[in-house]
Design a protein around this ligand. Sequence first.
Ligand code: FES
Length: 229
Amino acid sequence: MAIAEETKAELAEIAARYPRARSGIVPMLHLVQSVEGYVSQEGMQAVAGVLDLTVAEVAAVATFYTMFKMRPVGEHHVAVCVNPQCGILGGDRIWEVLSDELGVGNGGTTDDGKVTLERIECQAACTNAPVMTADWEFLDNMTVERARDIVSRLRAGDPVQSTRGPLIRSFKATARSLSGIEDDGLADQGGNNATDEMLAGLRVAQARGMVSPDGRSSNRSDSESGRVK
Ligand code: FES
C-alpha cells in the first residue's frame, strides 16, 4: 500500500527533530509500522526517501530490532516471555496453553486477524514474572487462567487494562505512540506503579547506606527517584 502524503509529512517532522536526520530512523519505522501493522517495503522506501538513504540501509535497521515486524501483525500483538525466570514460573505453560487455544505457533496470527502470538525474550521485568505483553504493555504476574481471560477479552473487543499503565489499544496504536509523533495522553495513565518487588533492591541499599562508585548515595527518597508507590 502506498504511503500517504500525510504520513510522509509526519516522517519528515520526526526527522527534523534530530541534529542528524538519520537518528530518527527508529521512531520513523515505528510510524510506518503504525500504518499497516508492519514495516512494509513501501514504508521502508518512504523512510529512505526522507533520510536520503538506500532501502537496504533502512532494512538493515528494521530487521535488527525485534519490535519491527516484516509481516502483518494482527489487531493485537500478544507476547509471552519464555526466558528462564518467567518460563520456570509459568511462562512456558502459558505459552503452551495460548498456542494450543489460538491454534498458532510463534509469530502466527489467528484466523480472525485479532491476535498475533509471539514468544519473547526477557523484558527486564523479572520481578513480576511470569510476564506477558499485549501491544507491548506489561501484564505482570500472569497465570494460565488470567492469560486465557485476557486473550479472550482482546479477541472480543472488551477492555483490558495493563497492570502498569494504560488500556490496551492495538498494535498499530502503540506503534504510533512509540513514533513519538504524539503521546495520545498516555504519559500520565497508570499512575505510579512501582511495586515492592521493584523497589526491594533500592531499599536494601538505603538501609545499608550503600553508595555507587561515583559517590552518589542510595539514600534518596523513593519520591526523589520518581518511584513512589
Ligand atoms: S525473564 Fe521474563 S521478564 Fe525477565
